[in-house]
Design a protein around this ligand. Structure first.
Ligand SMILES: CC(=O)SCCNC(=O)CCNC(=O)[C@H](O)C(C)(C)COP(=O)(O)OP(=O)(O)OC[C@H]1O[C@@H](n2cnc3c(N)ncnc32)[C@H](O)[C@@H]1OP(=O)(O)O
Ligand SMILES: CC(C)C(=O)C(=O)O
Length: 569
């Protein structure tokens, strides 16, 4: 197969536009947008939209803010014709919205098209014919002069028919179909012929399609700049582009074409359309938005837009689709999660958006931060800590994050599937005995004659299902409890690190304490305690840590669990 490539396919030829200016252009304003969801999108559907779905799509496009909407190909079917009549007769077209209707350069179809829009306030009549060599030869069997004659005759017919209906404001759109595959001189001649037949000085849109995308986007940009130069200083002429996506570069083609001077773009929501689709208008609009340019289209509830489009087209939007897919704001991988978590922690209201791996604030599109981080086997401590913090208010100290992520990884290695925030909390709760640890019964007194050891604490607690009596002195209750438990278990216990914070407010407020304990000479474990009272939370955290430790020395009390009984309790 690979061997055939050179003899079977012809490479595109670059345009010799050596003084091109588009590479230095910066997109600083939105183009005129035309949605062709109801025409090019519709004609590519397995089951074209019925009247109800067409109306839903039309209403959505109006809500988003489109001012030019191609509402159909009225000569194609009675459904298309009737839908256009419905919009006009039921006065469903807002005053600032212009409808566009498409027709091939065939007399009876042009007549039917103009008939379909009778009574509309303003209409763009879109006439097309193919101009590229393969189409001329294979489809029409026409030489270039005959193609020009076809354009002249049919645009002339549009002019006569529309002149007879002066109550409507008419704009002609002419598309040299297959522009990107045609010789530039032929496309230019076809456009000049259309301009002349429509009447010099009358409003006209020249729409340049990559009917079938066939070259890298820079070649299309050169083609567009070449054409734009021919129509500079002619305000009645709007140069529009209509990219498709056969090479997967529809968005790039549109953006470079705008840099090359096009004023207007045609496309569909989420890139529906023939074959690999039309240009995805949402993509271009939101690309502009993330450059600080107001696109003039409202995608602040992207999921509602997506659901409606999926309903109308009966086609799903891919989970990885730019800006709209279910997974596009989600990071699974540990290093991404770590960077996102740190950036959110540092971000202040009013800051310029600079969150790694998130090119846009999901909230601007009506998404929450909930799905930004999800945990699976590719995740690290940052993502786990983010979920426990964002969903459960637990602000884990760094070394505890590291310790707990090892427990999570073990579960991942055996189970393999994603862990939700709820799953992580359950794992954390069971690993650190947060809910299960009972508060020790204790008496706290000021000590006498103990110098710096200001308090004495004695009481009883449950460890691994056994009752343990303890008594000890310390600088405060936690220190006293640690010393007392060390004596009771016959092992040295020291607090290496201590963190606490509140969760919630008012009557529901809780304190959470995280204690890093050194047990014996070398064991370091974290304990976690939660209670309404901060001292109680800290004592529970000590017990949590002791229960997680492997204690290998003999207990000093018969009531105390024997060596290793605590381990894994
Ligand atoms: C690139 C694009 O997206 S262009 C838009 C294409 N959209 C559509 O085709 C959707 C709607 N189309 C239709 O409903 C039908 O094709 C109709 C009503 C337009 C025409 O139907 P039919 O008369 O049965 O013709 P058919 O669909 O086979 O089209 C082929 C004929 O149209 C001619 N044709 C194709 N494009 C054009 C054009 N732009 N101008 C004039 N004639 C054209 C072909 O030469 C061919 O003519 P022939 O039969 O004499 O050889
Ligand atoms: C602009 C029209 C003719 C079109 O749909 C195309 O060429 O892709």
């Amino acid at each position: 197969m690979l061997k055939q490539a050179a003899s079977k396919y012809q490479a595109f030829r670059p345009i010799g536009l050596t003084d091109r200016t588009w590479p230095d252009a910066v997109l600083a304003q939105a183009p005129v947008w035309l949605s062709t969801d109801l025409r090019d999108g519709n004609q590519a559907l397995i089951e074209p939209m019925d009247a109800a779905r067409k109306l839903r799509m039309f209403e959505l496009l109006v809500r988003i803010g489109f001012k030019e909407i191609e509402v159909g190909f009225p000569a194609a079917s009675q459904t298309d014709f009737d839908f256009v009549r419905k919009l006009i007769e039921e006065d469903l077209i807002p005053a600032d919205v212009t409808i566009q209707v498409m027709t091939p350069a065939r007399a009876e179809l042009i007549e039917r098209t103009v008939e379909a829009v009778a009574g509309a306030r303003r209409v763009i009549v879109h006439v097309y014919n193919a101009v590229a060599p393969v189409w001329r030869r294979v489809v029409f069997g026409l030489e270039v002069p005959q193609v020009m004659q076809l354009v002249d005759e049919h645009v002339g017919l549009v002019r006569r028919l529309t002149d007879d209906r002066p109550d409507t404001q008419w704009v002609l759109q002419y598309s040299p179909e297959t522009f990107s595959l045609a010789e530039l001189e032929v496309s230019l001649e076809a456009c000049e012929t259309a301009i002349a037949a429509w009447g010099l000085g009358r409003p006209i849109i020249l729409n340049l399609p990559t009917t079938v995308e066939n070259a890298t986007p820079n070649v299309f940009a050169d083609q567009v700049e070449w054409m734009v130069r021919r129509f500079r200083d002619r305000p009645e002429i709007v140069v529009s582009v209509h990219p498709h996506n056969d090479r997967g570069t529809g968005t790039a083609s549109a953006e470079l074409a705008l840099m090359a001077g096009a004023h207007r773009v045609e496309g569909c929501l989420f890139g529906n359309g023939e074959r690999t689709g039309n240009l995805d208008l949402v993509n271009v609009a939101l690309n502009l938005y993330t450059q600080g340019v107001d696109p003039g289209l409202d995608f602040s509830d992207i999921d509602e837009v997506r659901r409606t489009v999926e309903h109308c087209n009966q086609l799903p939007v891919h989970p990885r689709h730019p800006y709209a897919g279910d997974l596009v704001y989600t990071s699974f991988s540990g290093s991404h999660q770590d960077a996102i978590k740190k950036a959110f922690a540092q971000r202040r209201d009013g800051d310029v958006w600079a969150i790694p791996y998130l090119p846009i604030d999901p909230k601007d599109l009506g998404r929450s931060y909930e799905a930004v981080i999800r945990v699976n086997s590719q995740s690290g401590k940052g993502g786990i800590a983010y979920l426990l913090d964002s969903e459960y208010g637990l602000d884990l100290p760094r070394r505890l994050q590291i310790e707990f992520s090892q427990a999570v990884q073990q579960v991942m290695d055996t189970e393999g599937h994603e862990l939700t925030a709820d799953d992580l909390w359950r794992l954390f709760d069971s690993e650190y005995h947060v809910s299960a640890t009972a508060l020790p019964r204790y008496r706290l007194q000021a000590s006498e004659g103990q110098g710096a050891q200001a308090v004495r604490l004695e009481g009883e607690c449950e460890v691994a299902g056994r009752s343990v009596a303890f008594a000890g002195h310390g600088d405060g209750p936690i220190d006293a409890f640690v010393q007392a438990m060390g004596a009771a278990l016959g092992v040295s216990v020291r607090v290496l690190d201590y963190h606490e914070h509140a969760i919630g407010a008012g009557a529901d407020a809780h304190a959470v304490a995280y204690l890093e304990l050194r047990i014996g000479a070398s064991q370091t474990v974290y304990g976690v305690g939660r209670d309404t009272d901060i001292v109680a939370a800290s004592l529970k955290a000590v017990l949590s840590g002791l229960q997680r430790a492997t204690i290998t020395v003999s207990p000093a009390s018969a009531d105390v669990p024997t060596a290793n009984e605590l381990a894994g309790a």
